[in-house]
Design a protein around this ligand. Sequence first.
Ligand SMILES: Cc1cc2nc3c(=O)[nH]c(=O)nc-3n(C[C@H](O)[C@H](O)[C@H](O)COP(=O)(O)OP(=O)(O)OC[C@H]3O[C@@H](n4cnc5c(N)ncnc54)[C@H](O)[C@@H]3O)c2cc1C
Length: 453
Amino acid sequence: MIKTDVLILGGGLAGLSTAHHLNRLGSLSALVVETGPFVGGTAGTERHGEFLFDHTGHLLHLHDAYGKKFILSLLKGNWALHSRSSWIHSQGVATRYPFQANTHGLPWPSAEDCVAGFLKTVHDPRVLPKSPSFRDWCLATFGAGISRQFMFPYNEKLWRGPLSRLTTEWQGRFVPKPAPSEVLYGALMDQKKFFGYNADFRYPVRGGMQVLPDALAAGLKQGQVRTNCAARFVDLASKTAVVENLGEVQFERLVNTMPLVDFLDLCRPLSASVSVARLRLRYNTVYNLNLGVERPRMSEKHWIYFPEKKYPFYRVGYSSNFSPHLAPRGASSLYIEVSRRCDEKVDLRTLENQVLSGLRSCGILKSSDKLLAKVWMPIRCAYVVYDFARTPAVAAIFKHLGKIGVESIGRYGAWKYSFMEETILDGKRCAERLLGLSSQAEKTAQPELKALK
Ligand SMILES: Cc1cc2nc3c(=O)[nH]c(=O)nc-3n(C[C@H](O)[C@H](O)[C@H](O)COP(=O)(O)OP(=O)(O)OC[C@H]3O[C@@H](n4cnc5c(N)ncnc54)[C@H](O)[C@@H]3O)c2cc1C
């Protein structure tokens, strides 16, 4: 039987970063087991012919001093800085992102409706309860016009459910709130100011985003990452896991980075409260269609949001504008994102026809375009749904996992909405906790737990 101090489930950025920081900061042995044939998980890249496709757009937004230094050191100069060019397609025109600060270009009655509604929120503010729904928060923050024309239709498309059931916990960093002067200015003229957490981004020049997890894995000890090794069963009482192609693995500490729902499904024993809480967790699947098109530089844009129902997709991005090396000379590549609840059945052939016809009707594809590649790369557990059931469910689960010393981290292990830099930092903090190096305040990984105390 294999023995390790720390068993890490999942070789995405969270798992690899945990192993890296365990090696760097202490002397515990660690083993990463990954179900897929490659490391990287959601931040990986697939090669199809001469095209490299990420799992939709994966762009580096670096905000933390350590995170930035560490990630750039891994990329060894293989990156370029881009100024975001993101747009919204609605009412037959393209307006700049974010919609709430850039209604210039819309038919005037629509822009006027947005500005009037926004100014009403300034002069006659609505008092919100302590935990408002996302719907009420949109109305109170942006007003009726912006909510009706963008916030509601776009988010209903992404979340596939009533916005009155969603909390606002996920949107803090991700939904920019402009000042009244910016909303007014952006209605009257083309405002080129950048808003939001991702005004610029870095992207590898060569190799797609895969180069980041590959660089992390390359720095680990030989044999420390085992691919094609899915965890099949975890006995939390005897601290043993059954892993495909490895057999039984005995561990002292366990770090989970696979989706929390899947992890709980393979763990025994679990308390009744955890089993009930697990049933409350919801997620959405992103059906990601990647296209290779025989036409150079199809657009100057990076990505476009589509709030209107007539288009099946909520976002389309031009990946070859992140790096020309993602597509062969004379060609471009695109990713198209469609969201579905985890319980919705999808017929990919029908969806593909709807997507292609949507792309033609909005002018992205021309009837003369030759498709060189057409690859579906669905992300089964892509967006954790922040409904009102999630907060107490996650708190109950982490209270239990904390008691038995199990770490569950990363975007899906911690069951949250986050990004690559944060995921890498999650791994560092987890390693510090395991090595007893973290401060008392950081002993718990879950903000929800702290909030409950
Ligand atoms: C549509 C979309 C767009 C995104 N865009 C961006 C972006 O532009 N910028 C950004 O910074 N972030 C972006 N992100 C977020 C980013 O992908 C994540 O923060 C990060 O990749 C999460 O890494 P992780 O290690 O937590 O999870 P994962 O990458 O999911 O890693 C978990 C690993 O566990 C493995 N696994 C699953 N089951 C088992 C098992 N039974 N046994 C062993 N291994 C198992 C999986 O194969 C996977 O490799 C985006 C995410 C999505 C869904």
